[in-house]
Design a protein around this ligand. Structure first.
Ligand code: NAD
Length: 290
């Protein structure tokens, strides 16, 4: 078992660090929040007073931070000056592709191996250890990160070179945002045309309109499997986080010269939904605006 630094013990990182500890790793945990540190300690991690202290002597350094600026500053202030030359740097935060590539280049310039490894799956999957990791970085860095990621997830997939993990995450979540809105529209149209929602679900879920948004995350209460719709759109994937991912996708698309009209429209609709005070509502709650 290894010594692991874990920085960023929020909604996601708290459960992930706990799973590393459960697998027998010596987890040195740091967060700016004292409450998060207490929770990590109760879950079997050793709380430390600063990121540099967590990093020193660690074989793997995992970060789960809000955005690119946080990752860049933690890497510059604590990771680069204190990491063992043999350490593997694993950033699981969802950040923009350009920052992910910049951070990987800075690590490589210091002789450190690094991967971007954003996740699919929410807080439930982080707690249960069933996340999917999409990983960008050189093959040997991927192989070194893989066992640590496997202790926190059900699938670990090498997406390609540095930044490819974030690219996969952006493209996937843009697709998710667009299919969720399209699924909501289809239910509303079917209702207006006199179809019972359950009947439309039974037909569409085995027809060509089927998608994950329909069959695994149905936006209507009482139809399909249990989802946040059955809990008044609470406790799932917050619309504010979907909007964050859509904005990152639009930024990446612009930088790459990709044409994404549906992604842009989905972004505008989630911008309006969040601006109307629904940032904490599950993203499938957008059906209420249709
Ligand atoms: P969060 O805000 O709950 O947690 C972030 C944590 O980072 C906080 O506890 C904060 O105190 C800490 N932090 C910030 N700056 C720090 C610093 N300099 N040093 C140490 N700690 C610092 O966010 P979250 O929901 O856990 O999300 C983390 C990342 O995972 C984000 O990039 C998010 O987009 C991504 N993500 C979230 C979900 C989800 O459902 N919540 C799902 C997939 C991916």
């Amino acid at each position: 078992m290894a010594r692991v630094a874990f920085i960023g013990l929020g909604n996601m990182g708290g459960g992930m660090a706990a799973n590393l500890a459960k697998h027998g790793h010596d987890v040195r945990a740091f967060d700016l929040s004292a409450a998060a540190l207490d929770k990590a300690q109760a879950a079997g991690c050793l709380p430390v007073a600063g990121a540099a202290e967590a990093v020193a002597g660690a074989e793997a350094i995992v970060t789960m931070l809000p955005a690119g600026a946080h990752v860049e500053s933690v890497y510059a202030d604590a990771v680069f000056g204190h990491a063992e030359p043999s350490a593997i740097l694993i950033d699981c935060s969802t950040i923009d592709v350009a920052t992910a590539r910049r951070v990987a280049e800075a690590a490589a310039a210091k002789g450190l191996a690094a991967v971007d490894a954003p996740v699919s799956g929410g807080i439930g999957a982080a707690n249960a250890g069933t996340l999917t990791f999409m990983v960008g970085g050189p093959e040997d860095a991927f192989e070194r990160a893989r066992p640590f990621l496997a202790d926190m997830g059900k699938a670990v997939i090498h997406a390609g070179a540095s930044g490819a993990g974030q690219a996969a995450k952006m493209a996937n979540n843009m697709l998710l945002g667009a299919t969720m809105i399209a699924t909501c529209e289809a239910f509303r149209l079917a209702e207006r045309l006199g179809l019972d929602a359950q009947t439309f679900y039974d037909i569409s879920s085995v027809s060509s309109g089927q998608s994950w948004s329909m069959t695994s995350y149905c936006p209507l209460p009482g139809v399909g499997p249990e989802t946040p719709a059955d809990h008044d759109y609470q406790g799932g994937f917050a619309a504010a986080l979907m909007l964050k991912d859509l904005r990152l996708a639009m930024q990446a698309a612009e930088g790459a010269g990709a044409t994404t009209p549906l992604g842009a429209h989905a972004t505008a609709l989630y911008e309006a939904f969040v601006a109307a005070g629904n940032g904490g509502t599950d993203f499938s709650g957008i059906i209420r605006t249709l």
